[in-house]
Design a protein around this ligand. Structure first.
Ligand code: ZN
Length: 440
């Protein structure tokens, strides 16, 4: 029997352009009384309610009325670490010491697949509670941590991307692999999980300080064999990190060229941070099509620096960029807190991040970074029905402030500055309720 479908009613919001290229307000399509027709896990139609409700294929569909709430694409977090749920809010360190003191001990617990499965469930609950329907996830060095994560994500029907962290130096013995085992384990995980349901794989060397040239060479070879998967790592986060990297790779003039040398940079590369870049690196990001994961709460919390978001969209041409929480370096799972921090980081650099740009980075921009912008990140016919329904009056202060706005983009700004998980009313994944009061 074919799916009878379902119609969601409420305010609807979608993008019809890139707000970094044309005036941001012109890239929004907002219907004050809109409707989304969902069928077979996909969006079949979006538009004014009266038009969608009268369409022949909508006749007889059950209707879910979300009232005056805002229906939009689920948030996409293009860089996060699921094993770091016990590391978030760790006191008093910057990157390299933070890794040694907090992160590496926490990640060693994921040698136990049972522990990993429980943590993965907690992590996914937290993502959904905050309206994140897709994330690009670092697991740990343990193959079982990836299996546990994918199993839990598959059980919920989510579109998630993840990879086994590869480290063969400068990490505790319990967290290291080798060049050969990193290649073999990653390849086996790709064969099992990439394309299974809605899951995708990302080859994941943690960063150049924890991978030997031999390991990066092996992972570059794997990516050449499987260019359909993503490649994620960290770069140019912290000045001490950069100094250590250039000492470890004395024959390379800058950080990015190391990854380039091993064939790890191109379309499908997702590079977290990109704060302290040389002019050559910045140009190479544009030329190669590698994407930037902007992690503003993490960059503020660990004291790493201020990413030049606007500069990265300027000459010699824009880079692909998404927004990311980077939990547990990041201090919140909330896309609102992350957009707020992105706004504040831009302010400290003397630039202004428009709310439409912020919401774009947190949805379609991140989807583009993950090469999924034809599937998720927007309310469009044919896209996955990964949808978040936001209450726009989730606290007394927000409710009061919303009475003063006249344009939807102003309302989005109020939300990104003041809202939190209380604004996330209902979350749908492939058309099924996965979070909220309407969950069966
Ligand atoms: Zn990270």
């Amino acid at each position: 029997m074919t799916d009878p479908g379902m119609i969601l009613l409420g305010q609807t919001l979608s993008f019809c352009g890139d707000p970094f290229v044309v005036p941001p307000e012109t890239t929004l399509r907002h219907e004050p009384r809109g409707a989304v027709l969902v069928r077979d896990g996909r969006i079949a139609a979006v538009g004014p309610a009266e038009r969608v409700l009268r369409a022949p294929d909508a006749i007889g569909c059950p209707v879910v009325d979300h009232g005056n709430k805002l229906i939009m694409a689920g948030f996409v977090d293009c860089h996060i670490h699921y094993p770091q749920i016990d590391v978030i809010a760790s006191y008093g360190t910057q990157l390299l010491e933070w890794l040694d003191r907090y992160t590496f001990p926490a990640e060693q617990r994921f040698a136990d697949p049972g522990y990993a499965a429980v943590a993965a469930d907690f992590f996914l609950d937290e993502c959904l509670r905050n309206g994140i329907t897709t994330a690009c996830v670092y697991c740990t060095v343990h193959k079982g941590s990836v299996t546990a994560f994918f199993e839990r994500a598959a059980a919920r029907g989510l579109r998630m991307v993840a990879g086994k962290v590869c480290m063969d130096r400068n990490a505790p013995a319990g967290l290291t692999d080798t060049a050969t085992s990193a290649y073999d384990d990653s390849k086996a995980l790709i064969d099992t999980w990439h394309g299974h349901g809605r899951l995708g794989y990302a080859i994941t060397p943690r960063f150049a300080l924890t991978s030997t040239p031999e390991q990066m060479d092996a992972l570059g070879a794997l990516w050449r064999e499987r260019p359909d998967v993503l490649m994620q790592t960290h770069i140019a986060e912290n000045r001490d990190e950069i100094a250590a990297i250039l000492e470890a790779f004395p024959h390379h003039a800058d950080y990015l060229t190391i990854y380039e040398h091993f064939g790890l940079i191109g379309p499908g590369t997702v590079l977290a941070h990109c704060i302290h870049l040389t002019e050559r690196e910045r140009r190479a990001l544009h030329d190669t099509g590698a994407a930037v994961a902007h992690c503003p709460t993490s960059n503020l919390f660990i004291g790493s620096g201020l990413c030049d978001v606007h500069g990265l969209h300027g000459p010699p041409g824009p880079v692909t960029m998404g927004l990311a929480t980077d939990v547990g370096g990041g201090s919140s799972f909330s896309p609102f807190a992350t957009m707020r921090a992105a706004y504040e980081v831009a302010q400290l650099r003397g630039a202004t991040l428009h709310p439409v740009q912020a919401f774009y980075l947190a949805t379609l921009g991140s989807a583009k970074a993950l090469r999924l912008n034809d599937r998720i990140g927007n309310l469009m016919p044919g896209y996955d029905a990964d949808i978040v329904v936001l209450g726009l009056t989730s606290t007394p202060l927000i409710a009061r402030r919303m009475t003063t706005i006249t344009e939807i983009w102003e309302g989005l700004f109020v939300q990104m500055i003041l809202a939190d998980d209380r604004a996330v009313d209902t979350v749908y994944a492939a058309g099924r309720v996965v979070h909220g009061s309407r969950r069966a």
